[in-house]
Design a protein around this ligand. Structure first.
Ligand SMILES: [Zn+2]
Length: 399
């Protein structure tokens, strides 16, 4: 078994241990030591990272049962031979994140149990956030606010966090939050007189070190509410990012950040109004535009064909423009807008809009279709007017 140095001292980051076993598996090396300060992934908490004998530790795993389990340090290079003494250094930032997140989880679980009788059935302490799965399918917003507020009070009260090693009989005397595993010696984390929980993880030594807890949302998992949270530096980083974002938006929109929702909603209204007015103006201009377009028609195999490109037109207006132009030239009108080809054919045209669309689909690899007077082809990627003209002429011939 490996003596777990973090059990007694979660602040110990540098240590020496003797290699008891090593080998290669799946192209990486595992190294077992007689003692280690590295935390292996377990109990919902992620492993530590750092270096062992100068080699980067990319993973830390637990192998074996309970008290007899060993800790395997995974590296890409061989660390040493059995019997060698090597120095280990645990990455301080990642350890602190884990300590803050894990202590926050104990506090949050305790406050849910205390305030509403909701038990934590599983925990997730990931890279991006922590989460507790509660034995309920939903949590009221007001309860979340109450829990967050109480959890931060516990942080501000700076309760000491003790690690106790107890026999199962001694542990029975304590109000443990959850049923402990059956072991000869139990490791119990005590937060002031508020919370006792059997746990093997790395925690802060005082609730004040957690700094801050922010609940960031609830998801449903396996019919249970999963309450997600940020803690410590991660919560502060998140606050900083959000502060910068709202400050930038407030400067851009020249308002106080608290007025942002109202300002954005008024801008959306303005944009809607502008779109409506633009559509109306484009509609009123249609006959003039259509007549001009029709007057520029080219003769293609005896059919007058008007072609235009206009990416600023509303698609509905563009369809009407093609329609009107075809009525004027008594042939075909094609408008290319936003990668779409809108085709209109007058009833006098010997080639229908549908026939042209099908032929253009074959020629361009686009998709589309339509009826005798109106059709369209999507996904048309032609930026050269001459190529466009040739293509339409070919389609008129072949349709
Ligand atoms: Zn814990």
């Amino acid at each position: 078994m490996t003596e777990r140095l973090y059990y007694r001292d979660p602040t110990l980051l540098e240590f020496e241990g003797t290699i008891t076993d090593t080998g290669q598996r799946d192209k990486v090396w595992y190294t077992v030591l007689d003692r280690s300060a590295f935390y292996p992934t377990s109990g919902g908490q992620l492993h530590d990272v750092g270096t062992l004998g100068g080699n980067r530790v990319i993973d830390v795993k637990e192998d074996g049962d309970d008290d007899q389990a060993v800790v395997e340090h995974i590296t890409t290079e061989r660390v040493g031979e059995p019997g060698d003494t090597v120095a280990g250094v645990v990455d301080a930032d990642r350890r602190l994140d884990n300590q803050q997140k894990h202590t926050a989880q104990h506090i949050i679980s305790q406050v849910f149990a205390d305030s509403s009788g909701l038990e934590t059935v599983s925990v997730h302490l990931g890279i991006d956030y922590g989460a507790v799965e509660l034995d309920t399918d939903s949590v009221e917003e007001s309860l979340l606010e109450q829990v967050e507020s109480r959890a931060n009070e516990i942080i501000q009260a700076c309760y000491p966090v003790h690690v106790l090693f107890l026999s199962p009989e001694e542990a029975q005397e304590l109000p443990l939050r959850k049923r402990p595993p059956e072991r000869e010696r139990l490791r119990v984390i005590r937060i002031g007189d508020l919370d006792y929980s059997a746990c093997g993880g790395t925690h802060c030594t005082n609730t004040g070190q957690v700094g801050l807890i922010k609940l960031i949302g609830v998801e449903t998992m396996r019919g249970h509410a999963l309450v997600k949270f940020l803690a410590g530096r991660q919560a502060l980083d998140d606050y900083t990012r959000r502060w910068q974002l709202t400050a930038t938006l407030a400067t851009t929109l020249t308002c106080h950040f608290e007025d942002l929702p109202e300002r954005v909603s008024s801008l959306q209204q303005d944009a809607d109004d502008c779109r409506r007015q633009l559509r109306q103006a484009q509609k009123e201009l249609l006959p003039v535009k259509a007549e001009r377009l029709a007057s520029e028609s080219q003769d293609m195999s005896g059919i007058p064909v008007a072609i235009a490109r206009d990416n600023d037109l509303d698609p509905k207006v563009a369809t009407q423009l093609a329609r009107h132009a075809a009525d004027f030239n008594k042939g075909v009108a094609i408008i290319l807008t936003g990668g779409r080809m809108l085709i209109a054919a007058a009833k006098e045209s010997p080639k229908t809009a549908g026939q042209l669309a099908r032929t253009l689909c074959d020629l361009t690899g686009g998709r589309g279709g339509g009826n005798d007077t109106q059709a369209q082809v999507g996904q048309v990627d032609i930026d050269n007017e001459q190529v466009l003209g040739h293509l339409v002429a070919k389609a008129i011939d072949e349709a």
